[in-house]
Design a protein around this ligand. Structure first.
Ligand SMILES: O=C(O)CCC(=O)C(=O)O
Length: 264
């Protein structure tokens, strides 16, 4: 089990670093329990509430996704928070999160995105099974995604599920999903895949980190009372070359489709 309770200061001791790398290479993910303290989680939630009130109304549509865009309480995802507020900029850039990415990728890293994931009670939809590398378009496909729980997340309100070791296998064929924010999902995800999954319930402050090839998904929020908020951090290894033209063309096509479909 890749669960480590670290004293997560920038200088990890050598034993922790080796264990993290070993687990990451074997399974394609690690779980760092209590990566943020309860005080840090509270501060982050306060900053998010402020952000939603004051900054969100100024953001362009393609960085703000709702399950139903006519209902503000169905807010689903925010993109690139770091570009809009210094608090979130500093969490992504030059932070303890970045240090963990450098340790796991064994390279300098490029911070690429900072996301807010929200699944309101009974409204938050499933995250389709996917491999982030499919739309990162990197060669070599060396990047990590981090998922930080901001509250308790379990099987009922939609915890993350991984297929251990899937990062060492091939990129699976993906197809369009119709899910805003997760537009690509694995084609023919079947009983064998479900049988291999491991679910990762998390407490506020716990950090999951996965390889860009690791297959993962999450259920909808089936709770009628509990919210399900999380943050996502994406770092590319400096040695990974991005096919920028293909990536931008893909993002632009997606944006146009979302606008045409009245989704954003
Ligand atoms: O929050 C979720 O449901 C999943 C997030 C995810 O799939 C990702 O960050 O790659």
């Amino acid at each position: 089990m890749n669960s480590i309770t670290p004293s997560v200061e920038p200088g990890f001791d050598q034993e922790t670093v080796s264990r993290l790398r070993q687990d990451y290479q074997k399974d394609g993910y690690v779980l760092l329990k209590g990566f943020l303290s309860p005080e840090e989680v509270s501060e982050t939630l306060e900053q998010l509430a402020l952000f939603r009130r004051e900054v969100l109304p100024t953001m362009p549509d393609h960085h703000v996704f709702y399950e139903d865009k006519d209902k503000p309480d169905t807010l689903k995802q925010l993109q690139h928070l770091d570009e809009y507020h210094p608090f979130f900029h500093d969490l992504l850039h030059g932070s303890r999160f970045q240090r963990v990415a450098e340790i796991l990728l064994e390279d300098a890293v490029v911070p690429r995105n900072f996301q807010y994931f929200n699944k309101p009670p009974l409204v938050g939809q499933p995250t389709p099974p996917h491999q982030d590398g499919y739309y990162f378009m990197l060669n070599p496909c060396e990047a990590v995604t981090m998922w930080l729980a901001l509250e308790s997340v379990d099987e009922i309100n939609g915890c993350v599920r991984y297929i251990p070791g899937s990062h060492q296998r091939e990129m699976r064929p993906h197809t369009r999903t119709g899910t805003l924010g997760f537009s690509q999902g694995i084609l023919n995800y079947g009983p064998d895949d479900f049988a291999q999954e491991r679910s990762f319930p998390a407490e506020a402050g716990d950090l999951l980190v996965h390889h860009a090839m690791t297959i993962h998904r999450a259920d909808r929020n089936n709770s009628s009372t509990r919210t399900r908020q999380a943050l996502g951090f994406i770092y590319y290894a400096e040695r990974a070359r991005e096919d920028k033209a293909a990536h931008e063309a893909y993002a632009e096509k997606l944006r146009q489709e979302m606008q045409a479909g009245n989704r954003i």
